[in-house]
Write a protein that binds this ligand. Structure first.
Ligand code: PXL
Length: 448
């Protein structure tokens, strides 16, 4: 059996839950390693900055490291806020004692504002800690402070990495997000540079530096090579920034859980969609509701913002010898049409995450009325220029109804088939309504 790696963070606590030990432990949990911690300082902090800071006595920092290292098998550690030379020295001693491989995040200031270490602590990190370290992960300000070079371009970054490499640290990773979104990896023994490209991500960055170095330590502990670990850690932080949570009035903290939560949400959507598709396939009256252009059903994840966040049937639902045929698999990003309906509806009500388009006829509208469903409509003739019909039509129908109705229809236009759209909180609910309409349609045919 593969053992779960145990990783240690030696860092400050952020009472705001955004950075420091709190960010590190969340990162470890999200990446499937067991996180342990030695707290170096207690910062009284929120999203607007550091209000005050209390340094833990160096022997108590060492005691925490001793406690976990005598009990658990720990290879990789990361260091964050090391406020004073004495704390740096105590940590360096422990690293030697337990042969730890540290990822050093040479933290100088909080993202939200506030110095986190004394001036001489940084030179102690450089002189005492880096010679023992596996990796150092400075941003460009920390790179300038460690190398004495002001970083304006990639060439400066390369020169600075070589200078920092002279401390004896095995790898220097200059993290991006300042003049350039890419990270620069310098492996000192091989004298090799690797650029890891990235994009500027919209979102809050409080805790991004801590999260990056913690993710790097977690991936190294899982056996990835330094460059692979750096690539993965970068992607992890990008997701965490993208999912950052707007709590407080300052810089939003990154969200280490966002990627796993997204994947879990995708799984639930696919499960519900598969069930809805089965319901439709087995509904013999359903062909009455299939429009000329075909039908589709779609469902979005809770935080959906674009078509890629919405699952639908890749090739639509069509009529084949009077039975419903589902063409293709359920996939994310498979329908832009029904996806847009949902995305527009979610702007008004985030609980409305599924939709299906079915054939329009006066009779279908009458049945929907008899079922007591809430109905609204739009008229393509009223559509302003330069809009997307689905965005405008759905938004307009919601506006005139006052909330998201169960059904939105339009009577078509030049070259445009009229259409009914059923909305609901999930795909099975929508499929259930569609089946009810189809069955009523069929039985009214047989009785008339
Ligand atoms: O991200 C740097 C950092 C490290 N450690 C603590 C922090 C911060 C940033 O806010 O609060 C405790």
């Amino acid at each position: 059996m593969n053992k779960t790696p145990v990783v240690l963070t030696i860092a400050g606590s952020d009472s705001g839950g955004g950075a420091g030990v709190e960010a590190d432990v969340k990162t470890f949990a999200a990446l499937g390693v067991h996180g342990t911690c030695a707290i170096t300082s207690v910062t009284s902090q929120n999203t607007t900055g550091v209000l005050s800071s209390y340094d833990i006595p160096p022997d108590v920092v060492a005691d925490q490291i001793d406690a976990v290292c005598i009990d658990m098998d720990i290879e990789y550690a990361k260091t964050g806020m090391l406020a004073s030379p004495d704390i740096v020295l105590a940590v360096a001693e422990c690293i030697k004692k337990y042969n730890l491989l540290p990822v050093v995040d040479p933290v100088m200031a909080a993202e939200a504002g506030g110095e986190l270490l004394t001036k001489d602590a940084l030179s102690f990190i450089s002189d005492e800690l880096l010679p023992l370290s596996k990796v150092v992960t400075p941003n460009i300000y920390e790179t300038s402070a460690l190398s004495g070079i002001s970083i304006k371009n990639n060439n400066d970054a390369r020169n600075a990495a070589t200078i920092i490499g002279e401390t004896g640290v095995r790898t220097v990773i200059i993290t991006g997000g300042h003049f350039d979104a890419s990270d620069l990896v310098y492996e000192t023994e091989k004298e090799k540079f690797t650029v890891i490209s990235g994009e500027f991500i919209k979102g809050g960055t409080h805790g991004s530096g801590c999260t990056y170095s913690a993710a790097l330590a977690a991936y190294l502990a899982q056996g990835f090579t330094i460059v692979d670990a750096a690539r993965r850690a970068k992607r992890f932080v990008e997701h965490a920034i993208e999912g950052s949570v707007p709590v407080g009035t300052g810089v939003p903290p990154v969200n280490q859980m966002s990627h796993i939560r997204r994947n879990a949400a995708c799984y639930h959507v696919l499960q519900d969609m598969e069930m809805a598709v089965e319901m439709i396939k087995n509904c013999i009256s359903f062909p009455y509701l299939i429009p000329e252009v075909g039908s589709n059903i779609a469902m979005a994840i809770p935080q959906a913002v674009n078509v890629e966040d919405v699952a639908a049937v890749a090739g639509r639902i069509v009529k084949l010898k009077n039975t419903p045929a589902v063409v293709g698999c359920v996939e994310f990003g498979a329908s832009s049409h029904v996806a847009r309906i949902i995305l527009a509806a979610m702007q008004s009500d985030t609980f409305v995450r599924a939709a299906m388009n079915v054939r329009y006829s006066k009779k279908v509208i009458r049945i929907i009325g008899e079922m007591g469903l809430k109905v609204s409509y739009f008229d393509r003739a009223e559509e302003p220029a330069h809009t997307s019909t689905m965005d405008w039509g759905v938004t307009h129908a919601i506006e005139i109804h006052g909330s998201v109705p169960d059904v939105i229809y339009d009577e078509g236009g030049v070259g445009k088939e009229p259409m009914v759209r059923i909305l609901g909180k999930n795909a099975t609910e929508v499929a259930g309504i569609a089946m009810d309409i189809a069955n009523r349609f069929a039985s009214s045919r047989s009785t008339h």
